[in-house]
Design a protein around this ligand. Structure first.
Ligand code: PLP
Ligand code: SF4
Length: 343
C-alpha cells in the first residue's frame, strides 16, 4: 500500500529558527497525534468507542494537537474530527470512485502539472501538516513526482522552457512543508523567469500549524518580486481560532491576496448556516472565500459526497444571505477541462 512521505530532511534542511516565544513548526509537526487511542484520550471519548468507528488505512491518522484542541470534547460527529479520523466507511468501494480521479498521475512531469493555460502547478512536497480523509491526492505517487528533487532543477528547467507561464502555483502535499531555506532557493529561481508575475501557495499550514508563519517565511515572501497569493484551506469556522487568525493577519503583510478554498463535505459543512459562518469568520481573519470544491471521487471518500442538487441549493442560500464577495465559487474539477467547472 502506498505510504505518504513524511517531511524529508533533505528538502526541509535545517530546523527553521523559531521565534523565542513559539516552538518551531517542525517540532509541532513531530509532536502531532498519530494514534487513535491518544486522540480518544484528548477528546475524552472512550478509546473503544472511537476504535469502533475507525479503521487503519494506508493513509494514516495525522493531526496536530492545536487542531485537536479546537474539536468539541466527547463528540464523534465533530466537524473537525470527521475531517481527520480514518473511519470504517473508507473501506467501502463505491462505483465512480478511483485512486486518480483527476487523471493527474499521467500528466505530472518532474513534479510539474500543467493543465490550465498560463498557470502551472508544482508539486513542491508530498508531506502535509495533517492527513485530510477526503484528500484528492491521497493516493498520489509522490516519490517520483516532487519538483523539489535535485534543488528544483528539473521543474525550473521545464518552466523556463516556456515563455507563457504567468503564475506558478505551489501545491503538494503542502508546499510549506518545505523549509524556508528550500523555499528561498525556489523563489530565487522563479525570480529569474521573466514571465512569472505571481506565485500562488496552496497551503493548509496556517490553519493546521500556525507556527509555520514564522519570521523567516514572512521575510522570504516579502522579498519576492512576484505578487504573492496565498490560498489557505479551511472547511469550518471552528478551525479558525485566535492563533490561526493571528497567523493569517501576519501573512497579510507580505501577501498581496489571501483566499480560502473549501471542500463541500457531508456532515462537516453541508448546510447553509455553517458555510455562511465560515465565510464571515474568514472575513474576520482577512481572508476571502475563493472556491467551494465538490468532492473529487477518490477511493475511500464516498461517505463525504454531497449531491449536486443539494450543493446548488446551498449556494443559492449563501447568495441570499451574504454579500457577494463572501460567496465562494462552487466548482468541480473535470479531467481534461480547460479550467475548473462551475457546478
Ligand atoms: C486548480 C488548479 C489550478 C488553478 O486554477 P484556478 O482556477 O486559477 O484557481 C491550476 N492548475 C491545476 C492543476 C489545478 O488543479
Ligand atoms: S493538507 Fe491538502 S494535500 Fe494534504 S492531506 Fe489535506 S487536502 Fe490533502
Amino acid at each position: 500500500m502506498f505510504q505518504r512521505p513524511s517531511i524529508d530532511p533533505a528538502v526541509t534542511g535545517s530546523i527553521d529558527v523559531a521565534r523565542h516565544d513559539r516552538p518551531s513548526w517542525q517540532r509541532v509537526l513531530q509532536d502531532a497525534v498519530r494514534d487513535i487511542d491518544e486522540l480518544a484520550g484528548l477528546l475524552e471519548i472512550p478509546a473503544a468507542r472511537l476504535r469502533a468507528v475507525a479503521c487503519e488505512p494506508g493513509f494514516p491518522l495525522l493531526v496536530p494537537r492545536g487542531f485537536v484542541a479546537r474539536m468539541r470534547k466527547g463528540d464523534l460527529d465533530d466537524p473537525l474530527l470527521l475531517q481527520v479520523l480514518p473511519r470504517a466507511e473508507e473501506d467501502v468501494r463505491a462505483a465512480g470512485f478511483s485512486d486518480d480521479p483527476l487523471g493527474e498521475q499521467d500528466i505530472a512531469d518532474d513534479g510539474v502539472i500543467r493543465k490550465y493555460r498560463g498557470r502551472t502547478l508544482l508539486i513542491a512536497s508530498g508531506a502535509c501538516p495533517v492527513h485530510c480523509r477526503y484528500c484528492f491526492r491521497r493516493e498520489f505517487p509522490y516519490s517520483g513526482q516532487l519538483a523539489s528533487r535535485h534543488g528544483w532543477e528539473g521543474a525550473i528547467g521545464k518552466l523556463r522552457g516556456r515563455g507563457d507561464i504567468g503564475e506558478v502555483i505551489l501545491s503538494g502535499g503542502d508546499p510549506l512543508s518545505v523549509s524556508n531555506r528550500g523555499l528561498q532557493t525556489l523563489f530565487d529561481a522563479l525570480d529569474t523567469i521573466d514571465s512569472v508575475r505571481s506565485i500562488r501557495i496552496h497551503t493548509r499550514f496556517p490553519v493546521m500549524i500556525p507556527e509555520r508563519v514564522d519570521t523567516g517565511l514572512l521575510a522570504l515572501l516579502g522579498r519576492s518580486s512576484a505578487r504573492i497569493v496565498v490560498v489557505v484551506h479551511c472547511n469550518h469556522a471552528n478551525e479558525l481560532d485566535d492563533s490561526v487568525e493571528a497567523a493569517l493577519r501576519e501573512l497579510a503583510g507580505p501577501a498581496d491576496l489571501l483566499l480560502n478554498q473549501s471542500v463541500l463535505l457531508r456532515g462537516v459543512n453541508d448546510d447553509a448556516a455553517t458555510l455562511a459562518n465560515l465565510s464571515r469568520r474568514l472575513f474576520d481573519c482577512g481572508v476571502l472565500p475563493y472556491y467551494l470544491n465538490a468532492l473529487d471521487p477518490v477511493t475511500g471518500t464516498a461517505h463525504f459526497e454531497v449531491v449536486d442538487e443539494r450543493a446548488r441549493a446551498l449556494l443559492a442560500d449563501l447568495r441570499a444571505e451574504l454579500p457577494g464577495y463572501l460567496v465562494p465559487k462552487l466548482v468541480r474539477e473535470i479531467p481534461g477541462a480547460s479550467s475548473k467547472m462551475p457546478l
